[in-house]
Design a protein around this ligand. Structure first.
Ligand code: NAG
Length: 330
């Protein structure tokens, strides 16, 4: 999709600051940092552009994109998801350069996958580097709160050496660059996106749980939008320009022992899928995977077919497609 020109007037600089990694990071209003991507009046600004509502109805979804591309950074938003029946609804908060590098794009995703009434939203994280779309690196989790009840902060920290996903300042996934990974680690400038869309076809399951427009509009609310990174020209970028930012980001990417124990506990209790343990997709896990026997055992109990191993050869093809969609977990 191409960037549409901003439809909004530039507001005066908002002098709201939040504290983050010992540094004061400005919160941008919508018009300072973003442009509408699609969905015409399904994107509505509130509080002088400090909050954005994205809605999905039978006509269209909606979305916005950062005006700049960034090489590394700290990207964050407080998000409140639509409540009640949300099957087939997908809300995404992600970085990508897919419109600029069609064949070898990079991507870092938070994807929120709606559910039938009474079942919680599910969260998926994923990473692609230099067009590595044949290797999905999905993880899925449930949450310790209802993300439709209130705002919670979702953050992507991307440095030259690692990617950390946070929810409310708790790191939930750490993805370290290794030499063997080669181009699979995102390394070209990306834009930040937020979208809501109809994922009925993605979430297959025979179309059983499609979006039901009886409950529309579905509204996802965004606020406290943070873009803190090195903005660069996507084609002629030099990573040197970003050295100072990169150094401060590397420092902030240090996970303290107490954060690490929270992360371990989160993953122990809430992770429901990890590509590293999916034996129906990868006979040999991708190079970066460090197999933790306890994690393997827990996932296997949870889903013996996907994580259990060799007895289910006949189902390999089916399962590997299904694991890319959300269908089997709704
Ligand atoms: C990225 O992909 C391009 C095009 O396929 C290739 O020429 C390049 O070597 C790749 N870069 C890395 C770091 O793998």
């Amino acid at each position: 999709m191409t960037k549409l020109p901003s439809l909004f007037l530039v507001l005066t600089l908002v002098s709201v600051f939040v504290c983050g990694f010992g540094k004061r990071i400005p919160i941008l209003s919508f018009d300072e940092g973003y442009s509408q991507l699609f969905g015409d009046d399904n994107l509505v600004l509130h509080r002088d552009g400090k909050a954005v509502h994205l809605s999905l109805n039978e006509r269209t979804g909606s979305g916005f994109v950062s005006q700049d591309l960034y090489l590394h950074g700290y990207f964050s938003a407080s998000i409140k998801l639509p409540a009640d029946y949300t099957a087939g609804v997908v809300v995404a908060f992600y970085m990508s350069n897919g419109d600029m590098f069609e064949k070898n794009h990079d991507e870092i995703d938070f994807e929120f996958l709606g559910n039938i009434r009474g079942k919680d939203w599910r969260i998926q994280t994923n990473i692609y580097g230099n067009g590595s779309t044949s290797v999905g690196r999905e993880e899925r989790y449930n949450l310790w709160f209802d993300p439709a009840d209130d705002f919670h902060q979702y953050t992507i920290l991307w440095t030259d050496s690692q990617i950390i996903f946070y929810i409310d300042n708790v790191p939930i996934r750490e993805f370290k660059r290794t030499a063997a990974m080669g181009g699979d680690f995102p390394s070209k400038p990306m834009s930040l996106y937020a979208t809501i869309w109809d994922g009925s076809d993605w979430a297959t399951n025979g179309g059983k749980y499609r979006v039901n427009y009886k409950y529309a509009p579905y509204v996802a609310e965004f606020s406290d939008l943070i873009l803190h990174g090195c903005a660069v020209d996507p084609i002629e970028f030099s990573s040197k320009k970003c050295d100072t930012t990169s150094q401060s980001l590397e420092l902030s990417a240090t996970i303290t022992p107490s954060q690490r124990s929270k992360m371990d506990s989160f993953r122990r209790k809430h992770m429901t899928y990890s590509y590293c343990y999916d034996q129906t997709r990868y006979k040999v896990p991708p190079v970066e995977c460090v197999i933790n026997p306890r994690e393997a055992e827990r996932l296997k109990r949870f889903d013996p077919v996907t994580f259990g191993g060799r007895r289910h050869h006949g189902k390999r093809h089916h399962r590997s497609r299904a694991s890319r969609s959300e269908a089997d977990t709704i």
